[in-house]
Design a protein around this ligand. Structure first.
Ligand code: ADP
Length: 605
């Protein structure tokens, strides 16, 4: 009768020896396994003692018999609690955060402790013994812990590795069966085997090299994720901070370009403009790389006009090409549809990146954008140049972030080595790939296929010469609004000045205030036709001020169009503000053309 119990005790002793000898990791899982081992050892020892006291009822004083049983049962219960906590620690390790402990655990624990201390455990009968209420209380408490453990395993099964899950299920099944047998056949004394199985399987989970490795990797992964998150937040913050001074530089510079009559000064201002724009481009690229790396970039498909996409691109690239005395051609299939469904912002970004590179790396000759209809809903975009070309060996370095090819030859060409990586990732996101062919010394071609849903198949008509002619003209405001009243709300003096200056040519009557409170105050007394509202302001931000104006029916600007002006210029930000209810969105640094379009749209009547 004792033999099997002693054997089990020896086995658990052996496992304990192995565990305490090897164990180097200090974590919650090992911490609970250690307790489980100690409880198992105490439980098995008292179990052996209780077999002795039961079989020698007449020789052992009643009190000793009771204490031995109390400890044996108490430790068995404590073991199940340790099993529960061990598995919780395991789940928490895989989950990366604490799981909430149920209130029932504490209640059950307290009732079990009181039951075992004060209720009769066994009734002494002539032909053996029978259970007293103390035992039933303990068994019920154990059953509750088994159920709680099963709930946890089922709830978090997707988070636990397959191997651990199988081990848990198996050991638990065995232990539950043993518990049942012990309950129904108290004299069978096989609970010690259940203890052995639990101890052994959990040993494999806690000390197995795989488990340790997985745990270490999970921890390293969590740290890397946190670092990545911190990096992304840092860049989002930096971008916000950098955009505000660039807004001042570009805004004031725009005034010089508009108002100066000296060609030399205008030329300097043009240089400032292009330097500030390329600084902005680098910031946007770094933000994009961060977003791509953290898997946060998603396509946002909308209905868009192919003509406006291509016209914008043409106007931008045409100016750059002209500055370098390159010719820029756009060859379009006759059967290109006019309206498509896709992420036009990302497509624009891809094409602008490729075309800017083509202009950058071409000294003479031409840059060509060709768009062909490959089939019903797939289009072929190709950007060709007659530039410096790329060596065959360098082709596979093209998409590596921060990698620039032929640094020495290209040292005068500005760039961060991020553009092609982003472009490639964005094309991959569209389910396509970027093809590159190049002849070193005579030019390159970057092409890709793009699937887009066709919304309107009517052929698109482009009149590029006309668009280009309007662009080349001297600045004249597209709209004059001498009767319009416009309010600027911004806590930053420079931002107020920039917007004020950019609006000057419209001849509108402009007021500006420096806080949300001041805005609420002035709009109570005065009606405005349009409000430009900064977002980040101390005390009451732009969104809160906006909501207060809209909520107050007596406010004279209750229905006035309100445009948010913000340095939050990541993809998706615009939609966020429009969803809040803002009439329009203007990102910093303020683009004078976008500002004019907003004025045209909102105030032309
Ligand atoms: P960068 O900011 O340096 O232009 P990209 O990622 O856009 O970074 O391009 C990576 C490298 O690929 C560039 O440094 C350049 O050497 C090469 N490259 C890209 N486009 C062209 C092109 N059209 N012709 C020749 N070389 C190019």
């Amino acid at each position: 009768m004792y033999k099997s119990n002693i054997l089990c005790l020896l086995f658990v002793l052996f496992i304990s020896y192995l565990f305490f000898k090897q164990q180097t990791e200090k974590n919650e899982i090992n911490h609970w396994y250690k307790r489980l081992l100690i409880l198992a050892l105490v439980h098995l020892s008292f179990d052996i003692a209780s077999i002795y006291t039961i079989t020698h009822l007449n020789e052992v004083p009643y009190l000793v018999n009771r204490i031995v049983h109390q400890y044996s049962l108490g430790m068995m219960f404590a073991m199940f609690v340790a099993v529960y906590l061990f598995l919780s620690a395991l789940i928490e390790a895989e989950l990366g955060c604490k799981i909430q402990k149920n209130l029932y655990i504490y209640i059950t624990f307290a009732i079990a402790a009181l039951g075992i201390m004060f209720l009769p455990i066994y009734y002494n009968t002539t032909d053996g013994y029978s259970y007293g209420p103390g035992v039933y209380v303990i068994y019920t408490a154990i059953l509750i812990f088994i159920i709680l453990t099963i709930i946890n395993i089922v709830k978090y099964r997707h988070l636990i590795s397959d191997k651990n899950l199988t081990a848990m299920k198996l050991s638990f099944l065995v232990e539950a069966m043993v518990f049942l047998i012990r309950f129904l056949l108290p004299e069978s004394r096989i609970s010690c085997f259940g203890v052995v199985i639990i101890v052994f399987v959990f040993y494999l989970i806690a000390e197995n090299p795989d488990a340790i490795l997985v745990q270490k990797l999970t921890e390293a992964n969590k740290k890397a994720d946190a670092a990545n998150q911190a990096k992304t937040e840092f860049w989002a913050h930096m971008s916000h901070e950098i955009r505000t001074p660039i807004n001042a530089i570009l805004g004031m510079n725009e005034m010089i370009l508009r108002e100066s009559s000296e060609d030399e000064i205008k030329e300097y201002a043009q240089e400032v403009k292009s330097a500030a724009r390329s600084l902005l481009g680098i910031i946007n690229d770094i933000l994009d790389i961060n977003k791509i790396e953290s898997g946060k970039i998603q396509l946002t498909p909308v209905q868009y006009k192919l003509k406006s996409l291509l016209t914008d691109i043409y106007n931008m690239v045409y100016i750059r090409a002209k500055e370098k005395e390159l010719s820029f051609h756009m060859i379009l299939d006759e059967n290109l549809p006019s309206v498509l469904f896709g992420d036009d912002i990302r497509i624009r970004q891809i094409l602008i990146n490729l075309l800017n590179n083509a202009v950058k790396y071409t000294k003479q000759g031409s840059v060509t954008l060709e768009v062909k209809r490959h089939n019903e809903n797939t289009f072929l975009f190709s950007v060709k140049d007659t530039g410096i070309g790329i060596k065959e060996d360098d082709l596979d370095k093209l998409f590596v972030p921060f990698e620039r090819i032929e640094e020495i030859r290209n040292r005068n060409i500005e760039g961060s080595g991020l553009g092609l990586n982003i472009t490639n990732q964005l094309i991959l996101l569209h389910g396509s790939k970027l093809n590159v062919t190049s002849q070193y010394g005579s030019g390159s071609e970057f092409s890709f296929l793009l699937k887009q849903r066709v919304i309107d198949n009517a052929p698109l008509h482009m009149d590029l010469e006309k668009d280009q002619a309007t662009k080349a003209k001297q600045y004249t405001p597209i709209i004059e609004l001498p009767n319009a009243k416009i309010l600027i709300v911004d806590d930053n003096k420079m931002n107020r000045l920039v917007l004020n200056q950019l609006l000057k040519a419209t001849k509108a009557q402009i007021d500006s205030v420096e806080s949300g409170y001041a805005c609420l105050e002035i709009t109570q007394k005065q009606h405005y036709d349009l409000i430009f509202m900064d977002h980040m302001m101390p005390e009451m931000d732009g969104v809160e001020t906006f909501e207060k104006i809209r909520a107050d029916k007596d406010n004279l600007c209750n229905t006035t169009p309100i445009v948010i002006v913000t340095a939050n210029a990541l993809v998706g930000d615009k939609e966020k503000y429009l969803n809040i209810g803002f009439t329009g969105y203007l990102s910093k640094p303020i683009n004078a053309d976008v500002l004019e379009k907003i004025l045209w749209k909102l105030l032309r009547n």
